[in-house]
Design a protein around this ligand. Structure first.
Ligand code: FES
Length: 147
């Protein structure tokens, strides 16, 4: 598969999740493991341009796929993705554990055009839990990046 623009070939157990592949085999630990059961959204990444929970995705099914993680979102070392910058500008995190998943999901929300209102953003990001309760600022960050 291609991960953040780099072709990767790994030999893995066929039960390995994409999340464990990223974190344990490719050292891409920006993608977080919260529940490991599809309930929290901390592991959100993009596969072929669509949001997925990496904990629920079997890595062996992704042969040839393009995977983007939080590490691959910025265009360069010097310039953050607009939504990463918006999270900083809006102070949209506290502990930060859910942030990579929130940002990857927010990018999907923007690309899919679900940013018409705060309620629409909340609905389309409802799979991403923030235990610190930063939802108001997360929505503001998505709105900033969408405009
Ligand atoms: Fe995948 Fe929680 S770790 S949804």
């Amino acid at each position: 598969m291609i991960v953040n623009g780099v072709r990767q070939t790994v030999t893995i157990d066929n039960r390995t999740s994409l999340l464990d592949l990223l974190r344990e085999h490719l050292d891409l630990t920006g993608t977080k493991k919260g529940c490991d059961a599809g309930a929290c959204g901390a592991c959100t990444v993009q596969v072929d341009g669509r949001r997925v929970n990496a904990c629920l995705t079997l890595a062996v099914r992704l042969e040839g796929a393009e995977v983007t993680t939080i590490e691959g979102l910025a265009q360069s070392e010097d310039e953050l993705h607009p939504l990463q910058q918006a999270f900083i500008d809006q102070d949209a995190f506290q502990c930060g554990y859910c942030t990579p998943g929130q940002i990857m999901s927010g990018v999907g929300c923007i690309e899919e055009g679900h940013t018409g209102s705060p309620g629409e953003i909340r609905e389309w990001m409802s799979g991403n839990i923030c235990r610190c309760g930063c939802y108001v600022k997360i929505v503001k960050a998505v709105q900033q990046a969408a405009h």
